[in-house]
Design a protein around this ligand. Structure first.
Ligand code: DSN
Length: 602
């Protein structure tokens, strides 16, 4: 019988998307991903997420009695189906018998993973439906705080989160917001000052939650502050949920009224969020706020992924991983300090390290800033993000970098490797010469680095990348991130390697990097000239051929790898062309394609 099930795998049906997936996969393993909010979701969890639970609408919640069932009871399919057939359920559509089981399973396992000592999982109310952390937090506001009421949260510039009352976020538009800050000298939370603020401001809710504060809080102190002013306490442990489940970070469940977290950071699950409370009355309000208050159908495929994730989170292997993540972050911070770089907040006891860039390099009074530093490190295959730190005045001009160690730890890197990452970071960033560029309405902070330092740092990172674990072999054609050509140049000096230089700016690029200008040649003509290196020294004698739309550069094969890296670095634009002046730039970008070695014909 013919049907319309549209069979076929991705590569057959949509090779373009399949290719992009492969490229992204390669990027994730050809670089060291140190975005503190990211991790590598295990294949088993992704399989659950990609399952047919994707197809189902299940507005509502599983039967209340399932909340207190243990895993065996939840998975007793005969009993569950018999109950389901005979009883009405709380969902709006039929066809949700297995959705009920998968959601109850995720809730139960979540309760087990976050059950504090002295409590039982049945005492925890776990909502696994929020689609993201921001929506989870909005649901808490919606459930427990009237519009216009006051909330007290950490200043965003000091490590708070958008959904904790940023004026740009609905939470900030909806509520009056007062911010506590870290102590200027210690850069740590100041509980006494927070207590004074809470008693003065009398907020309806206090949020203890951090997106870039790397020090574990004292939840009992938060509790005492909330109690002193009669506030609800929300603990948002989005970043550290995996560590909390593993006992490596203090678990607020049972102390805070509400705990929220995303499930895809250190927890390494699907992109989603969870809200937990031990208060049945609050639980009812939270459930209503999530659905139907803010959301429609839950993403049951993600709920399936969460069930698997919470199972993994209770394994000894996961606990060992989380301990190593924290140990690695401490080692990274120590490595930065040993290189003379300033680690903000005096260190870390989580997965996260904040690095003050202003202390790393200055040129003509212009400091190195976070944005350009993150772009330079991306060239060296370290992926991290710019971040504000105490002292910053403007969220659009952060002066720091934020690193997380979850993903690199998953790949098996250890403390010694973290020192190497710190060394490579210091090497390239210390060579930076910052400068500013006046844009229409603002000043952009820029910088260029020394080519040799960039090459050496990238080589060191590539060495770590090569030894770190990966879960799939990648097609070499999809690996542009390994940009330092390292094929051993075995060709004799009599051979040349042909490079294609293409792109709108190819002519201008070559005009800048060669002693003679090939863009003035007629198509098909060529010239022999000099390729400039750093400080405009002669790097190589080359031949440039104008092909009309693009150019061919004949370079000595023995030097080809180095030349490709040099041209690529100049095109990317972070490399000093003239070591003394970072303002001197080379037009670009261009693409550089290696056509291989040829025998010289004349
Ligand atoms: N974007 C996340 C982070 O990086 O901290 C928070 O939502």
């Amino acid at each position: 019988m013919s049907d319309f099930l549209l069979r076929g795998n991705l590569a057959d049906i949509d090779p373009a998307v399949a290719e992009l997936v492969q490229k992204e996969h390669a990027r994730q393993f050809d670089k060291l991903i140190m975005i503190a909010s990211e991790s590598y979701v295990p294949a088993a969890v992704r399989e659950a997420e990609g399952s047919v639970f994707q197809n189902i609408y299940a507005e509502g919640y599983p039967a209340e009695l399932m909340r207190t069932q243990n895993e065996d009871e939840i998975l007793d399919a005969d009993a569950q189906l018999a109950y389901y057939r005979r009883s009405a359920d709380r969902r709006y559509y039929k066809g949700v018998e297995y959705c009920n089981m998968i959601e109850a399973l995720a809730q139960r396992r979540g309760a087990e993973a976050f059950c504090p000592p002295g409590m039982t999982p049945e005492q925890l109310f776990v909502n696994v439906q929020p689609l993201s952390g921001a929506v989870a937090n909005l649901a808490v506001y919606q459930a427990l705080v009237q519009p216009g009421e006051k909330v007290m949260t950490l200043d965003l510039l000091h490590g708070g989160h958008l959904s904790h009352g940023s004026p740009a976020n609905i939470t900030g538009m909806r509520q009056q917001v007062v911010h506590y800050r870290v102590n200027e000298e210690t850069e740590r939370l100041d509980y006494e000052e927070m207590m004074e603020m809470a008693l003065r401001e009398r907020p309806k809710m206090i949020i203890g939650g951090f997106t870039s504060y790397p020090i574990a809080p004292d939840w009992q102190k938060f509790r005492a502050i909330a109690d002193a002013c009669g506030a609800i306490l929300l603990a948002d442990i989005a970043h550290t949920a995996g560590m909390a489940a593993a006992g490596v970070y203090p678990n607020p469940v049972g102390i805070a009224d509400i705990t929220s977290f995303t499930t895809h950071k250190t927890l390494m699950g699907p992109r989603g969020a969870v809200i937990i409370t031990t208060n049945p009355e609050l639980a009812k309000k939270i459930d209503r706020a999530v659905f139907p208050g803010l959301q429609g159908g839950p993403h049951m495929n993600k709920v399936a992924g969460m069930a698997t994730m919470f199972k993994i989170a209770q394994t000894p292997q996961f606990k060992a991983l989380q301990r190593q993540i924290a140990a690695n972050a401490s080692a990274l911070a120590a490595g930065f300090t040993a290189n003379g770089l300033r680690v903000v907040h005096g260190g870390t006891n989580t997965h996260m390290v904040l690095l003050d860039c202003r202390s790393i390099a200055q040129h003509n009074g212009v400091p190195l800033m976070g944005n350009i530093a993150s772009r330079i490190l991306d060239m060296a295959n370290i992926v991290c993000n710019r971040n504000t730190i105490p002292g910053d005045k403007d969220a659009s001009k952060p002066s720091a970098l934020r690193f997380g160690t979850a993903w690199v730890t998953q790949r098996g890197l250890n403390e010694a490797d973290m020192h190497e990452i710190a060394n490579a970071t210091a090497l390239v960033l210390k060579s930076a010469k910052p400068f500013t560029r006046q844009l229409k309405t603002t000043v952009a902070y820029n910088a260029k680095v020394d080519f040799a330092a960039l090459l050496e740092s990238t080589r060191r990172i590539d060495t770590l990348v090569a030894k770190a674990g990966r879960d799939m072999e990648v097609n070499p054609a999809s690996r542009p991130h390994l940009w330092i050509e390292s094929n051993s140049a075995t060709a004799s000096t009599a051979e040349i390697t042909a490079l294609e230089i293409a792109g709108k700016e190819a002519g201008n690029f070559l005009k800048a990097v060669l002693a003679d200008d090939p863009s003035t040649l007629d198509a098909g003509d060529r010239l022999s000239t000099t390729l400039y290196g750093t400080d405009k020294a002669n790097m190589a004698n080359v031949t440039a051929l104008n092909m009309g739309a693009n150019f061919l550069l004949g370079v000595p094969s023995a030097q080809a790898n180095h030349i490709i890296s040099w041209l690529r670095a100049l095109s990317d634009g972070y490399t000093l062309f003239n070591n003394s002046d970072p303002n001197i730039g080379v037009p670009g970008p261009v693409t550089i394609t290696n056509f291989g070695a040829f025998k010289q014909t004349e």
